[in-house]
Ligand binder design. Structure first.
Ligand SMILES: [Cu+2]
Length: 305
């Protein structure tokens, strides 16, 4: 018995050490962190404070759901057993029980309050960045993303998915993009979203970001990536037949690398397509992806070139 116990303890210590080693292993920049896993259950792992807060709220609601489910199932089982016609041949004719009626009104109200208060706190926490380090403009377009860096040189660029045939090793089908959104690790990033044509939605689950991009409106949210790596998401508003064309890749890099990238990006995107050229952009994107859903020859942008 003692031997079993000591073996179990040694095994537990070993597993604990392995866990610490795994947690401290350096993460190469660009590693795909926020990606769906085959047979993955539950929410994606949190890589920032917003997602951690979402996890906290999700756990609270989950425990309440489990407790209520066990209570109701137990009550049903007990009623089936106790009030079976053989055990209880003469049914009670009771129709009111004042205390019971007060209890089943007040207890659900209390449960709803326990859920509502942290729920509102979470909504306001996600709502806007306090003391943001930088701002990123996100514009949802049919069907790709347009990003702007107003306080890092005011450049803008488009972000398209990579076609299956062009995928390089390590790139993910339907998730990797040509120009990812690049942010510094640990920076509080304010995200201003707007729509260009229809309603899209900027959604990066592992960073806890989800905001609609609505034409004629600007909405605010924020995130902070606490680890280096690439976090993936997609437009999760069913915005049209090329809805899947809108993957999102957010790459978190050290500050110096970010500064190098912005310096390069300023020149690289200097002749980029600004807002106001949707037809040309759309035709180019569709042609590049090798689909014929939109005829590029008939677009006014094509005639201009
Ligand atoms: Cu969309």
């Amino acid at each position: 018995m003692r031997r079993i116990l000591s073996t179990a303890l040694a095994l537990a210590a070993l597993l604990g050490l392995a866990g610490v080693a795994m947690a401290q292993a350096p993460v190469p920049a660009g590693e795909a962190l926020g990606v769906p896993q085959p047979w993955g259950l539950g929410l994606q792992e949190a890589f920032g404070p917003v997602k951690a807060a979402i996890h906290g709220f999700n756990d609270l609601v989950l425990y309440i759901i489990i407790a209520i489910t066990i209570f109701v199932a137990g009550l049903l089982a007990w009623v089936i057993w106790r009030y079976d016609s053989r055990r209880n041949p003469v049914p009670s004719r009771t129709s009111h029980h004042t205390m019971l009626e007060i209890a089943w009104t007040v207890v659900p109200v209390l449960i709803l309050l326990i859920i509502a208060i942290p729920s509102f706190r979470l909504i306001y926490y996600e709502d806007r960045a306090r003391d943001a380090d930088m701002t990123i403009n996100v514009q949802g377009r049919q069907w790709y993303w347009h990003y702007g860096y107003p306080d890092n040189g005011n450049f803008e660029f488009d972000s398209y998915p990579i076609a299956d045939a062009d995928l390089k090793p390590g790139q993910l089908r339907n998730l990797s993009v040509d120009n990812p959104l690049v942010v510094p690790v640990g920076a509080t990033v304010r995200v201003m979203t707007t729509g260009h044509d229809v309603i899209h939605s900027f959604f990066v689950p592992s960073l806890g970001v989800q905001k609609y991009t609505i034409p004629g409106r600007t909405l605010e949210t924020w995130f902070r990536a606490d680890r280096e790596g690439t976090f993936y998401g997609q437009c999760n508003q069913i915005c049209g037949n090329n809805h899947w064309f809108m993957p999102i890749a957010v790459r978190a890099v050290p500050r110096e690398e970010f500064d190098r990238w912005t310096a390069e990006a300023r020149t690289r995107f200097a002749e980029g397509q600004g807002p106001g050229w949707p037809e040309r952009d759309r035709a180019t994107s569709v042609a590049a992806l090798g689909t014929d859903t939109i005829s590029s020859a008939t677009s006014p942008g094509e005639a201009r070139r």
